[in-house]
Design a protein around this ligand. Sequence first.
Ligand SMILES: *Cc1c(COP(=O)(O)O)cnc(C)c1O
Length: 227
Amino acid sequence: MNNLSQSYQAVLQRIRQAEAQAGRSSNSVRLLAVSKTQPIEAINALADLGQRAFGENYLQESLDKITLRADLEWHFIGPIQSNKTRPIAEHFDWVESVDRLKIAERLSAQRPPNLAPLNALLQVNISREASKSGFLPENFIAQVEPIMALAGLQIRGLMAIPQVQSDFEKQRVPFAQLRALLAQMQKRWPQAPLDTLSMGMSADLEAAVWEGATQVRIGTDLFGARR
Ligand SMILES: *Cc1c(COP(=O)(O)O)cnc(C)c1O
């Protein structure tokens, strides 16, 4: 086995173990391979091992990769400038970093009508960090209300990047808060397919799975440190 194969199996193993420890069913948590800054060769190699879903942060780089591997599932997870929404709406399967109404409106309007609505997650600034974007948890439903009505988006749930903490119990707190916000949405929109909590990265995936993550986003522990 080469290094990528080993790290892939190790990450899958960590996820399966975290599911078991949380009393959750096996394969209830999906892996998003965060491939930003990684060359297409690394993506091809991981795809050969069976990985389908990839996350990208930088637009130009990701469009080049999508052109080469349109067969894979692509998630945009980076900050979104409002003048860059069109290529995201046209080329991605998912966008996980919708952080304000204006961005949601543009993505919806620019989603080509021949494609299914764009799967979207709302990014929540769950640790209230000035350096991070996202919706704040206060008055959350009122903020989400106009977004749920947009025809070009299929809102699937929430994404967050909490403040870095090393202690498991401390890591759990913001993840539990995100889960509670999703529960509020599920109560308000019982018919909507609100099935996704994208939370947990290399350093805190166990705490995220414990608190109900349905998808973890892993870069470093798969591909190694980014250059
Ligand atoms: C880079 C990135 C990740 C992956 O982080 P690692 O620590 O490398 O696993 C996950 N989510 C987002 C939004 C990212 O930008």
